[in-house]
Design a protein around this ligand. Structure first.
Ligand SMILES: CC(C)(COP(=O)(O)OP(=O)(O)OC[C@H]1O[C@@H](n2cnc3c(N)ncnc32)[C@H](O)[C@@H]1OP(=O)(O)O)[C@@H](O)C(=O)NCCC(=O)NCCS
Length: 336
């Protein structure tokens, strides 16, 4: 039985910066409201007039950097796991597009649909394939193009101000030392709350034909819906639970955490978790201020930046944790 470790990380965000003030020109909102409730100052949104970026293209760009840093080529990768809630197409998923964009051999590509927890779920899938010995190098990607599908009017402000575009990627590689790398992952779901953070249509529950036939100017089923306060209350509980579960399984205490990289849902959620675990500012990495919530991309973007800033060092205990639509939540305990 092998272990897996992250051998290389990369991220990519679109050039176009959208500040909170920019949003006030689209909807009734304010920099003060957004910063106070979420911590977000700006986010990146693909500008379709100047950029050809898509979810898959951003994912491929991030993957290229991760592969270079891992010292592997496209021919070394055995499998792709691609997490997104905003694929370029309804089907097929983003993984096969990355295989093509990076001119890879005809390796397998799997898409993961677990929204904000998507990257940890994807990491866990890659980890299992390596632990069983089936694959040696797995490319794990989280990428989102939210901006193309948000209601950019006052009607959508409760959701739209939060989300940003971007991608992050990790190369997972075989590790012979069982005390190093991904020690454990913890995955959960509670589908009874699916409707509390969801995009209903187009889907088999809300076919395009039905949406068009209704011709309803108030139709919102193709925009994301979020019951913000309910999501917030569940998030703080589940984040804490799933971090604790990972620590307990590995016989670690709060004091053993060198760095917590939480999914960047809302700065207030991260601060709540930080306080609960008694962590200092240096022990929690946040970049939601600059990128908003990039869903499946948020953890790999944050982890990449933390690594680039020298905050992830050999021997460190790194904790990843996420919560989101589904509801789903997850954690990973990593010995770097
Ligand atoms: C979304 C969130 C920031 C909203 O904050 P909140 O304090 O719950 O605010 P509410 O939704 O109760 O809205 C309060 C008021 O602000 C208004 N409002 C909503 N969005 C606004 C915006 N962008 N700008 C200005 N006002 C806004 C609401 O209309 C409401 O007005 P009313 O009191 O006159 O009805 C907060 O609930 C949250 O962060 N939830 C978790 C979201 C999350 O993490 N999602 C991702 C999970 S992965």
């Amino acid at each position: 039985m092998y272990n897996s470790r992250i051998a290389g990380l990369g991220h990519y965000v679109p050039e176009n910066v959208v500040t909170n003030d920019d949003l006030t020109r689209l909807m009734d909102t304010s920099d003060e409201w957004i910063q106070e409730r979420t911590g977000i100052r700006e986010r990146r949104w693909i500008d379709p007039k100047t950029s050809e970026d898509t979810t898959s293209i951003m994912g491929a760009k991030a993957a290229k950097i991760a592969m270079e840093r891992a010292g592997v080529t496209k021919d070394d990768i055995d499998f792709i796991v691609f997490a997104t809630l905003s694929p370029d197409m309804y089907f097929p998923g983003g993984g096969v597009r990355v295989q093509d964009l990076l001119d890879m051999p005809t390796i397998g590509a799997l898409d993961v649909r677990n929204q904000c927890s998507g990257f940890i779920y994807a990491l866990s899938v890659g980890d299992q394939f390596i632990k069983t010995g089936m694959y040696k190098n797995v490319l794990v990607i989280g990428s989102e193009n939210h901006s193309g599908g948000l209601d950019k009017t006052t009607r959508g402000r409760g959701v739209t101000v939060i989300f940003g575009d971007g991608a992050g990627a990790a190369v997972l590689t075989r590790e012979e030392d069982p005390t190093k790398g991904i020690l454990s992952t913890h995955l959960h779901s509670e589908g009874k709350h699916a409707a509390e953070l969801a995009l209903e249509g187009p889907s088999t529950g809300r076919w395009v034909d039905a949406i068009i036939a209704d011709d309803d100017p108030n139709e919102t089923s193709y925009y994301p819906y979020m019951n913000g306060q309910f999501v917030f209350k569940n998030a703080v509980v589940r984040f804490s639970e799933v971090i604790m579960e990972g620590l307990v399984q590995n016989e670690l205490g709060k004091e053993d955490i060198n760095l917590l990289v939480p999914h960047q849902a809302n700065l207030r959620i991260s601060q709540f978790v930080q306080k609960k675990f008694g962590l200092s500012d240096d022990q929690v990495y946040n970049n939601i201020m600059r990128y908003g919530n990039t869903t499946a991309a948020s953890i790999p973007i944050a982890l990449t930046e933390a690594w680039e800033e020298g905050k992830v060092k050999e021997g460190d205990t790194i904790v990843l944790a996420a919560f989101g639509s589904g509801f789903t939540w997850a954690s990973a305990i990593i010995k770097w």
